[in-house]
Design a protein around this ligand. Structure first.
Ligand code: MRU
Length: 351
């Protein structure tokens, strides 16, 4: 993805350092955060300097590699195991995090040169994430007709992965193929990943779009203004039930009511075949502060955090919800588009 004419990835590792686009500052300020230790990288995941399933996964893989790099000769595996547990405790819902940490740890374990093996594996995971997203774009583009209006929820663009993204990748591919598209961007309260990040990405790509208040989705759909809905995923159970950013479930139910195709996009690294159904997915609960306060830009260009709710009231803040498979038209993966059904998903993994 290009920012001011320069190509960037969301996350990368060079030497011992992990570099992350600081997503809490976007769209007001573009800055790269440099993390020197696995602990600092954990902090970046927890505080959402980096966010989005694939980007969290790649970052967690790099954090594990940093853990291996930092481990002392004596007590090497004890240190590495401790780092693994800490990284896994940063955010519970995105399957990519666990996928990446396990892959890096296991390749280190089975090598005579664990540090090098771990770093190589982490780099491979990041590369695969990027390639999968590119393929998802190509496959998803085939579902988009010229003139389509597409609704998306949260940010599953390049900022949520190493590059390209999932839900936005087909939209970028459609634009590059010369199709006219319009995107309804759900604002995605409380953190505003749609209003802040997706809108910023689309702006950078010159794609016509409008930010839609979260509660306007049903209305817009009822007017026949939405041709297709594409969202990302944080974890997909073996039966196709899908966890994604809070608010996705409502859109899926409305889409079914109004006969709008509802597609989930995700690399196969987001599937959790050990999780048989959506009810078993752990839903992250985040701080009430994210609901009660908002951060924005003052006219003097200073960032300010302000209270936007009734003082002394409390809030609840579940970060994800689960959309049952019955509301999902198909899942676009790098291995093809599948029906959200147990057998079809199983077959996908035998390819
Ligand atoms: O809490 P976040 O911003 O890390 O949430 C993850 C997401 O970005 C979304 O749920 C997204 O739609 C799927 S992950 C690409």
């Amino acid at each position: 993805m290009k920012v001011n004419g320069k190509h960037y990835k969301t996350v990368w590792m060079k030497g011992n350092f992990v570099y992350l686009i600081e997503q809490n500052l976007l769209p007001f300020q573009f800055k790269v955060f440099k993390s020197k230790t696995y602990k600092e990288t954990c902090h970046a995941i927890k505080t959402m300097i980096v966010r989005g399933a694939g980007a969290i996964g790649a970052t967690a893989g790099f954090a594990m590699a940093q853990g291996l790099l930092e481990a002392p000769k004596k007590g090497f595996w004890r240190y590495a195991q401790k780092a693994k547990i800490e990284i896994e405790a940063t955010r519970p819902t995105a399957q990519n995090l666990f996928f990446a940490v396990n892959r890096v740890f296991n390749s280190a374990k089975s090598s005579k040169d664990p540090v090098k093996a771990g770093i190589d594996e982490a780099q491979r995971i990041a590369k695969e994430d990027e390639e999968s997203c590119k393929t998802i774009g190509k496959l998803g583009n085939e579902l988009i007709k010229d003139g389509f209006s597409i609704e998306t929820h949260c940010n599953a663009g390049w900022l949520a992965f190493v590059d390209y993204g999932t839900a936005l990748s087909p939209i970028y591919a459609a634009k590059r193929a010369g199709k006219k598209v319009f995107v309804y961007v759900d604002e995605t309260r409380p953190r505003g990943q749609g209003a802040r990040l997706t809108a910023w990405e689309l702006q950078n790509e010159n794609i016509p779009h409008a930010i839609l208040p979260d509660n306007a989705g049903a209305h817009i759909m009822s007017l026949g203004k939405v041709d297709l809905i594409i969202v990302g995923a944080d974890r997909i159970a073996a039966n196709g039930d899908t966890a994604n950013k809070i608010g996705t479930l409502e859109k899926a139910i409305c889409a079914k009511e109004y006969g709008i195709p509802f597609y989930v996009t995700a690399p196969t690294s987001t599937f959790d075949l050990n999780c048989t159904k959506g009810e078993d997915i752990i839903i992250e609960e985040r701080s009430e502060e994210e609901v009660l306060y908002q951060t924005g830009l003052l006219p003097n260009k200073k960032r300010e955090r302000i209270l936007v709710c009734s003082p002394y009231s409390h809030a609840i803040n579940p970060a994800f919800d689960v959309t049952p498979a019955k509301y999902i038209t198909g899942i676009i993966t790098e291995k093809g588009i599948v029906k959200p059904m147990k057998e079809a998903i199983k077959k996908l993994f035998s390819k």
